[in-house]
Structure formats: C-alpha cells, structure tokens
Design a protein around this ligand. Structure first.
Ligand code: AMP
Ligand code: GLY
Length: 423
C-alpha cells in the first residue's frame, strides 16, 4: 500500500510514524517531509502548497491514500484536485475546508447549526468596525477572516489597541486578502481544550481530548507560537463533557455541512473554551492539530489506515479507533529567538538517545539533513513525545528525553501539562 503525506512538520512526522506501524507496512511518501520522515518514508522535494507538482506526482505514482497535513493545500483545493483524478484523499474538499479558511463562514455554520460560540460581528469597513467596539466589553477579540498562519487573532486589552488592530488589518492590510474582512468577537474566559474528530461526511469518532500550549513561555506568558507542547487526555474535558461535545458541537456541524451539499470528511478539530457556564467553540480547524497530533497518535492502538479510509468511503464506525488507556505528552523544542527571528542550520545532537528511552519518540518538525547530520530548519524544531500510564509518568519521560537533546539556542517550556496537575 502506498501512502502519500502532504506536509513537513511534527504533525506529518507523527502521521507517517503512526501509519508506518500499521500491519500492511505501507510505503510512505512525504512532500516535503523533514529529517525525521526521511527515516521511515521517501521525502519528495515538493512544497506542501505546490498543487501543480503534488498533483503531477500523485498522477504518476497513484498513491492508495493521500493524507493532507496543513490547512493551506486543503483550502487551495488539493482534495478536489486529486479526487477528480480518481484518487482517495483524507481531508476535506475546498468548500468544506472553509470552516478553517474563513472565520466568517465558520461562524455562519455554527449559528445555523446552533453550536455555542462567542458573539461576534463581521466588518469590511474600518469606520463601522470602530463604531461597533462600544457594544463589546474589554478585552475584545479582533480576527482576520482568512488564513493568516496562526497570527490572525488579536486580543485587544484597550479600545485604543482594538482600533489599532482594526486599522492594521482593514486599512494597512497586514494580512493581505486574508484580512479583507474582520470579526469583532466577545472575549471568552475559561480553559481551552482541543477536540479532534474523524468524520466521514455523516458519522464522527471523537479522538482523545488534548490541550495545546500556545504561548512561548511558562505560565502562558509571552507571545503566541504555533504551539509549544500538548498533552492528552485533558482533564478539563471530563467524561461527562465528551459526549456533549459530540452531540452539541461536532455532529450539528457535520449535519449542517451535509445539508449544504459539502459533506465534511477528514479531521474536524474544535478549539473549545470551557467555562463554568458551558462550552463554546473558539474556532474550527479542518486538519490534525499541531502539536496535539504528536501526543494523540501514540495513544491510538491497532491499525489506523482503515479508519482514515473509512472517512473517505463514508463507512466510519466507533470501533475503527481503539484508544490506549494511557496518557501522552509532547514538548516542543524551538530555535533560539522563536517565535521571532531565529537562525537555521544548527547541528542537533542526542535525538537517538532520546528515541531509545522507554515509550519515547522524537518527532521532527523543522529539521533537515545536511552533510549527514540533522540540523535545525524551522522555528519549532522537535516535538519530543512520551507516553505513560498517566500524565505524571508521561511528563517525566518526555522531559528526560528532552534532556538528552541539544542544539545551540534551544528553548522549551518546562511546564507542559502542569495545568492538568494544578486543578
Ligand atoms: P483561533 O485562531 O480562533 O483559535 O484563536 C487563537 C487563540 O486566540 C485561541 O486559541 C485563544 O487562545 C484566543 N482566542 C480566540 N478567540 C477568542 C475569544 N473569543 N475569547 C478569548 N480568547 C480567544
Ligand atoms: N494546535 C493548534 C493548531 O493546530 O492550529
């Protein structure tokens, strides 16, 4: 069996690693992959958003299943393009990927489906947007409608900051076309959690809950990043909440998308705010989360490819996914300076020692091979992951693995999963 994975981060290494364990022992190809995927797959020198080359490779090589990692190729329509050639793709079509690609569309679907979410208003006119600020409290959230590489959400503590954000997006076009419209949104208070579900157009299977750590420093301080670590399960998502999330959030969206003639297939990721007065959706992503996936996939037992194929075929059942009764933690090791400026090409040592530890696996994010050595090649460099009987054991193992690895300027949070213990 031939599996084609699009993307080259920690998430894609985790997906490649997980499918490589399936009993069918697939041949795996990654575009572009990284130094980690190179050890278990064939890397292709094709960028994840180069639809022309991706299609050409797929047409020549006829993969049995293509798994799309990042949002950009999904929103550009890679699924539609490959399906038109008779290929099987795990990931939503372009129209369904708008759930992530347009925050305005996502709100529209949530309102139509009766899914709880923050109150918001949509604007393309800066004057009207500024005039509307008085109807929101402070802080207030300003969101660019389109994809902005994770930077499109600004939380303004004062009215002056909100005005500045509105002008930066709508007048100065800091996000280009992605900021042609904005949402002004009520600020929600609570604890965040991520719920990922496999969806086949009609049915959904909820994967284990998790929590991301978006801020760069301990105690959730400093600027936002692509994610500095994750753990699963997230105790804030209690056993009582999980079925409610399926019936009140995931299924209504799946039904609404089907009703609109663009059935949702792939991973539906709900970013949730959980508070005393209930659960509200902050955002939907239309793909596996990163770094949540690095923590979640090691908890899936048995084969995973049949579940992904069932999503494509519309035959997904609960027993396609078997979850191990354990916990897992991912600690992201980042380049010095990240999420600001950082250098690349720094030699990394100790990955093999970390990998050799019990229940540990080092997923590469921004790495490449240079002169036979693994070097840094991005802001988030490694997702160091460990499983354990419980979160405490998983955390201990993950940090033991981190301690084996070094590269100049490396930094990481030392409090991944701490919130689970401070409850
Ligand atoms: P999003 O890309 O919509 O998930 O937003 C990125 C991050 O901004 C979220 O993970 C939250 O931490 C924060 N955020 C987004 N919307 C809100 C909101 N309405 N209230 C509070 N925080 C928010
Ligand atoms: N972990 C957040 C994301 O994947 O968007």
């Amino acid at each position: 069996m031939k599996i084609f994975i699009i993307g080259g981060g920690g998430r894609e290494h985790a997906i490649a690693w997980r499918v490589s364990k399936d009993s069918c022992a697939p041949d795996i190809y990654c575009a572009p992959g990284n130094a980690g995927t190179a050890t278990i797959a064939t890397n292709l020198a094709i960028a994840a958003d180069d639809l022309v080359q991706l299609r050409e490779w797929a047409l020549c090589n006829k993969p049995d299943l293509t798994i799309v990692g990042p949002e950009v190729p999904l929103c550009l329509g890679i699924t539609d393009l490959l399906e038109a050639e008779g290929l099987r793709v795990f990931g939503p079509c372009c129209a369904a990927a708008r759930l992530e690609g347009s925050k305005a569309f996502s709100k529209e679907i949530m309102l139509a489906a009766g899914v709880p979410t923050a109150k918001s208003l949509l604007f393309n006119d800066p004057g009207r947007a500024i005039a509307a600020l008085d109807s929101f409290g402070l802080p207030v959230v300003i969101k660019a409608d389109g994809l902005a590489a994770g930077k499109g959400v600004i939380i303004a503590a004062t009215k002056a900051e909100a005005v500045e954000a509105i002008q930066a997006i709508l007048v100065d076009s800091i996000f280009g076309e992605a900021g042609a419209e904005i949402l002004i949104e009520e600020f929600l208070v609570g604890e965040e959690a991520s719920i990922l579900a496999l969806v086949d157009g009609e049915h959904a299977v909820i994967l284990p809950s998790s929590q991301d750590h978006k801020r760069v420093y301990n105690n959730d301080e400093g600027p936002n990043t692509g994610g500095m670590g994750a753990y699963t399960p997230a105790p804030v998502v209690t056993d009582a909440l999980l079925p409610l999330i399926k019936t009140q959030i995931i299924m209504p969206v799946v039904c609404e998308m089907k009703k609109r003639g663009c059935p949702y297939k792939g991973v539906l990721y709900a970013g949730l705010m959980i508070s005393a007065d209930g659960i509200k959706v902050l955002e939907f992503n239309t793909r596996f989360g990163d770094p949540e996936t690095e923590a979640i996939l090691p908890r899936i037992a048995g084969d995973i490819i049949p579940a992904l194929e069932a999503c494509v075929d519309g035959t997904l059942r609960d027993d396609h996914i078997i979850v191990r009764d354990n916990a897992a933690v991912t600690v992201v090791m980042a380049s010095g300076g990240y999420p600001g400026r950082y250098s690349k090409g720094l030699r990394i040592t100790g990955i093999e020692d970390a990998d050799a530890l019990d229940e540990c696996v080092v997923f590469h994010a921004g790495t490449r091979v240079e002169g036979g050595a693994v070097v840094t090649d991005g802001g988030r460099v490694l997702s160091v992951t460990a499983s354990g009987e419980d979160l405490k054991q998983a955390v201990e193992r993950a940090y033991q693995a981190v301690s084996k690895i070094s590269f100049e300027g490396a930094h990481y949070r030392t409090d991944i999963a701490a919130r689970a213990f401070n409850r």
